[in-house]
Design a protein around this ligand. Sequence first.
Ligand code: NAP
Length: 619
Amino acid sequence: MNPAVRIDPETGLKIFNTRAAKASEKITGKGYSVVADQKLTELPKMPAGATFNAEEQAKYRAFKEARRGAADYMAMEGAFKKYLDDVYSEPPIPREALDDECEILVVGAGFGGLLLWQKLSEAGFTNVRFCEKGGDVGGTWYWNRYPGIACDVESYSYLPLLDETGYVPSMKFASGFEILEHCQRMAERFGFYDHCLFHTTVEATTWDEASGRWIVQTDRGDKMRARFVILANGILTTPKLARIPGMAKFRGESFHTSRWNYNIDLSGKRVGIIGTGATAVQAIPELAKVVGQLYVFQRTPSSIDVRDQRATTEEERTTWAKEPGWARSRRARFAKISEVRAAVLANDDYLAGKIQDFKERKKHDRELTREELMQKQLDSSFRLMEQIRARVDAIIKDPKTAAALKPYYPYGCKRPTFHDEYLPTFNLPHVHLVDTAPRGVSEINERGVVHEGVEYPLDVLIYATGFQWMGTSTFNRIRGRSGRTLTEKWETEGTRTFLGLHTRGFPNMFIVTGPQGGGGSFNFTDVIYAHADYLIWMMQTMRERGASVVDVRKEPEDKYAEHCRDVDIATAPLRDCISYYNGEGKAAPGSLAYYGGRQWDKFRMEAQSSLEPYVFGGA
Ligand code: NAP
């Protein structure tokens, strides 16, 4: 077996062998099943003429206000640090600490890291090193392996490098396990493993002005120098726990969904799950198939849209085998979809290029004003939510349970979810919805969860309580030119980036899919592609100009931050609820996700043609 670190005699660069073995064969699963019952795969008809009138607006407002301030989360620290342990891999491969230099150091080996490597190496940048906290590639798909996991963007547009690897996903919405395997396929195909330090967490990244290098320190004792640092460590990376009094007392087994403990046999057990976001919606139907009793502690219901899963057809396989670049073309068509629901339904005929448009577009006699357009969008969001609520009534037998499962907020202001088995699960006699609205679970004791004086004794408690959005602990640990950390800069000045990729005072550092990151698509993979292409352009431009350092000027950064703020404010009524998307109602407008759609491309293209936002330096 090769040593963990060796030197390539041809290039003189280090080659790594640090991929950890899988911890247990029990770690397997599947995603969405194909559901044959048509009643479950179609929404009830849209109520004609229903509008988002004053009465309905008041109802939405009350639903929102009742939850204001209820969200209280905590990091997994101290006694809760154990929830972060890597349960998927064997212990880290021992290796020497590194005290050397590379040209580009990338944090993260998920979709971002994998795609960057393929593109960078193709463009001739090979002195690249990756640091990854996990024991293997995959990022989100490495950590999240709960039963039922699958992608919600159709897999033919979502999985990167399908053309290049010749792989065709087995289902329209591939399981997380299949996606993880695809990540491993991409890594093997393009030689990624040789460049990655697994089980290596970056702990400090400090700019050294004198040498024009970043000094990168890790939890493995490394102190490496890098000309460029690229943060590709994701947007929902750091898991969080709801802060609930008494949680440390619980004597049963417990874990967070992003570290699913397959060593705990759930069959026949009394299992509780806190949270009903996208993760829980996928996990609950699978849990119900094995546990003895299932208690679902819900604060806010998700919108449960139809999934209509299907297998990839033989016709598709044959057609795509003869069509080089089919996945690229499909992703490009997907990126043109400008409505959330149309994107998630992913019309096959349109995406396959068989039809030019997937819906009839109404022509208006005159252009609508901004206000009229907003009202129109709110009305159609309302009608769709009415269909989603009607679906709950059509499926759920118990009226009290049905009432609790109905969401009252605009479509998409919390992450929309999709499932054809989730709602029917609540008709099963051993599945109990515990409605903790509007403030959530407020007590846990030695035996289980207590709500409104009722104790729910549990053998296992699962936290489906999500992740920090658009923030990773990495931001706290990067010190730029002024000696301030990135978090300190953004806390004092407000989030300020150029295109989400650069931030002034942090030269040669790029953030992939971070705050203000844009890219204008509902498919995050598309955003990663856009960012990777931009970074290749930047590296090549610097090479051509003989520049070794790039920073951005204050004015374009301020202008871009203002743009992010303006589009967030202008579109805010469409996302009017308490959600992690808006920092539980507390985030400054424009500081998190980007809502300007394709305007990001406009900013990018202008910058690339004028080069005006950049300050290049060094030789
Ligand atoms: P999440 O959406 O943040 O959900 C956290 C859940 O915990 C919410 O339902 C929240 O309720 C609940 N909660 C928090 N404190 C509580 C308390 N004290 N009592 C009761 N409930 C409490 O997290 P997630 O489900 O892990 O999903 C995170 C994101 O990951 C998704 O939105 C999505 O972007 C991504 N994801 C994607 C997929 C996919 O592509 N298929 C699948 C899973 C996850 P409130 O709503 O009231 O705050």
